[in-house]
Every structure is written in structure tokens, then in C-alpha cells.
Design a protein around this ligand. Structure first.
Ligand SMILES: O=C(O)COP(=O)(O)O
Ligand SMILES: [Mg+2]
Length: 224
């Protein structure tokens, strides 16, 4: 395990949306239910895929801006979205290729896992629970857990302190510029996945330490 990156990390910090879980269909569905409640036009799943990654509040601002709706609707739409999403966080969401095997391998190797997401804590916990992997993570940091979220290094530094791990001995896994920049600012090497949500920008442009097609590649098995 981990021969591709040349060291065995003492802590693996994982982004959630777009890295472990393809969650855009549920986010899209619940956003549209909240838009319906307010009599506003629906958005497409492609739009949502380009907006996810900076937390729920920013997501709602993107929706309002795209529909040319007044910013004053933000708090109402956010509350509606959170209500719907909390009730139906995992109707369509699925792990990406290699994720269950990767989590299992880390568990078996005794490598602690933290989930570091910009998604608010409550739905992040609900999603991990629904996918039956909450217990794989010794720590969950949501977008509303600390004063700053990614790309600020604070969530990663919080994890490093919690586990007493030095930055260079940890590993960040992510799909977006937020993850790569947070890792860089915290001094943590970063494996990026190219399949997630990066606001339309190729992940190469963010210059992560490594890019792998899926997390199964880190397990040193021959690809299927
Ligand atoms: O919900 C979001 O904004 C994305 O969260 P992520 O940090 O898990 O990609
Ligand atoms: Mg992400």
C-alpha cells in the first residue's frame, strides 16, 4: 500500500464530495425541492457539479446568481435546502471506484482517517452514516466546524493537532483546488482525484503532489 507515493502516511485526511462520494445528484435534487418551495426556476445537475465544493452557503449564492434572483433570498433558500438535504442525504449518492477498498485497507493497516469536508457537519455525518462508513473515520471536520474552511489550512491543521501528526507525515486526498491549496498551505502532501468537482478546472492546473485515477491505485493492486 502507498508505494506509489513512496511513504506510508500516519494520518489520511479525506475530502468528501467529489473524492469519496459522488453526491451531486442528491444535492441537485434537494436544491430543486427548495427552489420549488420558493417558486423559483430549477437548476441543472451540470450547474450543481460546477458549484459544489465551497460549502452550502456559497452553493446557494451560485444558484441565486445563475437565476438572477435577489441575494436577499439566500437565507430562506439555504434553510430550505438544508431541511430537504438532511432528510434525503443519500438517495442517489454512491462511493467512487476504489473507495470502500481503500477505507478498509487503511482500517486494516491501522492508519487513522479523518474526513475534512466543506459540507456542513450534520449532512456530512448523515451521508457517511448512510454509506455505513462513519465509524471508519476517527474525526469528521465539517465546513461549519471551525471558523475557516478549505482552502484555508485550519481544518487540516486541526486534524494534525488532534492526532499529533507532523504535516509531512500526513496525506490529504481531494478533488478540488480547495483541497490542494489547503494541503499546500498546511505543508501536507496531496493526492488529487480528477473525477470530482473542481469548478470546471482540470485538477492538473492546481498542481497537487500526485494525481491518481481512483483511490484503488494507492493499494498497489494491478488495475482490474
Ligand atoms: O459541500 C461542499 O461544498 C463540498 O464539500 P467537500 O469539501 O467535501 O468537497
Ligand atoms: Mg470535494
Amino acid at each position: 500500500m502507498f508505494s506509489l507515493i513512496g511513504f506510508t502516511p500516519k494520518l489520511v485526511m479525506c475530502d468528501l464530495d467529489g473524492t469519496l462520494v459522488d453526491s451531486a445528484a442528491d444535492i441537485h435534487h434537494c436544491l430543486n425541492l427548495a427552489l420549488d418551495d420558493l417558486g423559483l426556476a430549477r437548476v441543472s445537475q451540470l450547474q450543481v457539479r460546477n458549484w459544489v465544493g465551497r460549502g452550502a452557503s456559497r452553493l446557494v449564492y451560485c444558484v441565486l446568481e445563475a437565476g438572477q434572483h435577489p441575494a436577499g433570498l439566500h437565507d430562506g433558500l439555504l434553510a430550505g435546502f438544508m431541511r430537504h438535504y438532511q432528510q434525503a442525504v443519500c438517495q442517489f449518492s454512491r462511493f467512487y471506484e476504489g473507495v470502500p477498498e481503500f477505507l478498509k485497507a487503511c482500517r486494516q493497516a491501522g492508519i487513522p482517517l479523518a474526513c475534512v469536508t466543506n459540507k456542513p457537519y450534520a449532512p456530512a455525518k448523515g451521508l457517511l452514516e448512510a454509506l455505513d462508513c462513519l465509524d471508519d473515520f476517527q474525526l469528521l471536520v465539517g465546513g461549519d466546524t471551525l471558523p475557516h474552511k478549505k482552502p484555508h489550512p485550519e481544518p487540516l491543521q486541526h486534524c494534525l493537532r488532534h492526532f499529533g501528526t507532523r504535516p509531512g507525515e500526513a496525506l490529504m486526498l481531494g478533488d478540488s483546488r480547495n483541497d490542494v491549496e489547503a494541503a499546500r498551505a498546511a505543508g501536507v502532501p496531496c493526492v488529487a482525484l480528477p473525477y470530482g468537482y473542481n469548478h470546471g478546472e482540470p485538477i492538473e492546473a492546481c498542481e497537487p503532489t500526485w494525481i491518481v485515477p481512483h483511490l484503488g491505485v494507492l493499494l498497489d493492486r494491478a488495475p482490474a
